[in-house]
Design a binder for this molecule. Sequence first.
Ligand code: MN
Ligand code: MN
Length: 317
Amino acid sequence: MSRFNQPLGGNEMPRSGGTATMIRLPSVPSPEHLDACFIGVPMDIGASWRAGTRFGPRAIRAESCLLRPFNVATGAAPFESLQVADVGDVAINTFNLPDSARRIREAYVELLRHPVRPITLGGDHSITYPILQAVAEKHGPVALIHIDAHADINDTMFGEPIAHGTTFRRAYEAGAIIPELTFQIGLRGTGYSPEDFDWSRGKGFTVIPADDCWNKHLTPVIDEIRAKIGDRKTYISFDIDALDPSVAPGTGTPEIGGLTAWQGLQLIRGCRGLDVVGADIVEVSPPYDPSGNTALVAANLAFELLCVLPGVSYTRV
Ligand code: MN
Ligand code: MN
């Protein structure tokens, strides 16, 4: 018997059976004694176009029931050295976005009283602002690896300061992120002006547009980022719309010409060695992909995020 929680195996209970927790891990009421946890934020009231991300956490958990405990490609064996569980969802207020942001922030402040590294299943991208507030309250400003089709740096949307397109401007203003160690990867699409991403650059962020990634192995890109970040505490925010809509159609604001699934894997795997204090995978909108493929992609990316947390044992170097 391992002293660490193990995903329920497919030969103990068919993968179609049992409770669909994340990677079939135990569902626990408290993050006590955990090294890492999965947590859902079932919210879509911050979305500007298609909604549906409130169903993201549940769909990602359902598709994650296929996942097995070892990362055959990288050798990562997260359940050999980390205590991991599914701590459930944040009770957001479906009728009030600012109140939901407050609830998320308070939930993560409480969560982070424990030495646990949360991997969040979204939810629209507005959830990342209150999460980063709580992360910064504990750790101070963090380095940020933000993988997305969009910069999410609007000042307001329809006059509202909190929305899925204002997240990283708010995080910057709150002093939650280190501007010189903020990397936005995969940006593209039509804009309000040709200078849409200049605000980021003006603040010291590094912007890597999607077309700079086309036909390229992204390992050298993330290697360079990792070297710049060094031992600073780091947060990873992965908006599923960074990937091409052919890979991940179930999302709120799709943009053509995105990253491939394997480029997403390269970026996450390249984060191994960083002091990752938390991560999220957001903007999965299951109603727009009845095949379940987008949620399946997100479930795998969430597992890959777990595999690069500090303390994960590797069966080979
Ligand atoms: Mn986003
Ligand atoms: Mn996006």
